[in-house]
Ligand binder design. Structure first.
Ligand code: SAM
Length: 316
């Protein structure tokens, strides 16, 4: 095989990116691996510019490091949670889709959401009167105050925001509040996050939902984690009139489309016209976005066949 210099197409036509690695021996760097897919024989590793914070909390292993491309990266138990570079995609789609589909959301609940990236997006909706975030691990929020001020600054200063440190299952099982939108921004179904993918948790969430309410859930990457989505949609189907999902592509949630579960008793809410969605965004203050648009909102429910079939099979 003839070596090709950077910038020239290789023998297989793949463009080799000029690498500065030649100058900075990458071997000297620490590499941190995303271990979520190890069982699949698949690892993604990141060259660490600087470790900003690392600890074992009472619930999970937490590491925050600086990465050349993605900026600050937070990993919990070997799974990428949020990066400064691509956070806007997941945070905007988990927030603006359900809130604008609902159209009159006042009371919003976030389960998980430690870094407050979702909370920051929710509070852009001026009509929301109260946002409650139930996070199991206080140290994730504490650490985010120092390391993610771009999220926590505005959130913790907002009088509409209240933070509850508790297991999300415990909270929804006991709460007498009724929410218009529930956003489950959890870790994956391992460790403390496991209970947030169970039938009992979704049933307890349903009990806390007002009429016409919507619940959306972090549901992994169907190409690599099909069972996560199928299991949740199966539970939704038994509890709600409308069980579905929508998708977005998040670069550091590797493996293609990221799925966000959708559960409501009002099947019309995911079939709104682009005009209606655009009008609602305008009424909500027409805040700036970098991923979400009325067009992307609607298109996100148009699923590739393999995901659409998985969702339909989950209902059998
Ligand atoms: N966007 C990220 C993702 O898709 O992987 C999730 C971000 S957020 C950091 C996840 C949060 O869920 C963490 O702070 C974690 O502590 C919290 N969490 C995990 N299990 C929980 C539970 N049972 N109740 C409440 N919060 C939980």
């Amino acid at each position: 095989m003839t070596a090709t210099s950077p910038g020239e197409p290789g023998h297989d036509g793949v463009m080799l990116m000029p690498t500065r690695a030649c100058e900075e021996p990458m071997a000297d760097k620490r590499w941190i691996a995303e271990t979520l897919f190890e069982e699949l024989g698949f690892r993604m590793t990141f060259a660490v510019e600087r470790v900003l914070y690392e600890t074992a909390t009472g619930h999970q292993h937490l590491v925050l490091f600086e990465h050349k491309l993605f900026g600050k990266m937070l990993m919990l138990d070997g799974a990428t949670q949020v990066t400064a570079r691509d956070e806007f995609i997941y945070h905007e789609m988990m927030t603006h889709v359900p809130i604008l589909a609902h159209g009159r959301a006042r009371e919003v609940l976030i389960v998980g959401g430690g870094d407050c990236g979702i909370a920051e997006e929710v509070l852009k909706h001026t009509a929301v009167t109260r946002l409650t975030q139930v996070e199991i691990d206080a140290s994730v929020v504490e650490f985010s105050k120092e390391h993610f001020p771009e999220f926590t600054g505005a959130v913790l200063a907002d009088p509409r925001f209240d933070l509850v440190i508790d297991d999300g299952m415990n909270y929804v099982a006991k709460s007498d509040r009724r929410f218009d939108v529930i956003i489950v921004d959890s870790t994956d179904p391992q460790g403390p996050g496991g209970v947030l993918f169970t039938y009992d948790f979704y049933a307890a969430c349903k009990r806390c939902m007002a009429a016409g309410a919507i619940m959306v859930t972090q549901n992994g990457v169907p190409f690599l984690q099909p069972d996560e989505l199928v299991s949740s949609v199966g539970h939704f189907h038994r509890l709600f009139a409308d069980a579905a999902c929508y998708v977005a592509a998040v670069p550091t949630y590797v493996g293609g489309h990221m799925a966000m579960g959708w559960a409501t008793d009002d099947a019309a809410l995911r079939r709104l016209s682009e005009d209606t969605i655009a009008q609602r965004h305008a009424r909500a203050g027409a805040f700036a976005t970098r991923y979400w648009t009325p067009h992307v909102h609607r298109a996100a429910f148009a699923l590739p066949r393999f995901i659409a079939e998985a969702v339909e099979n989950a209902k059998n």
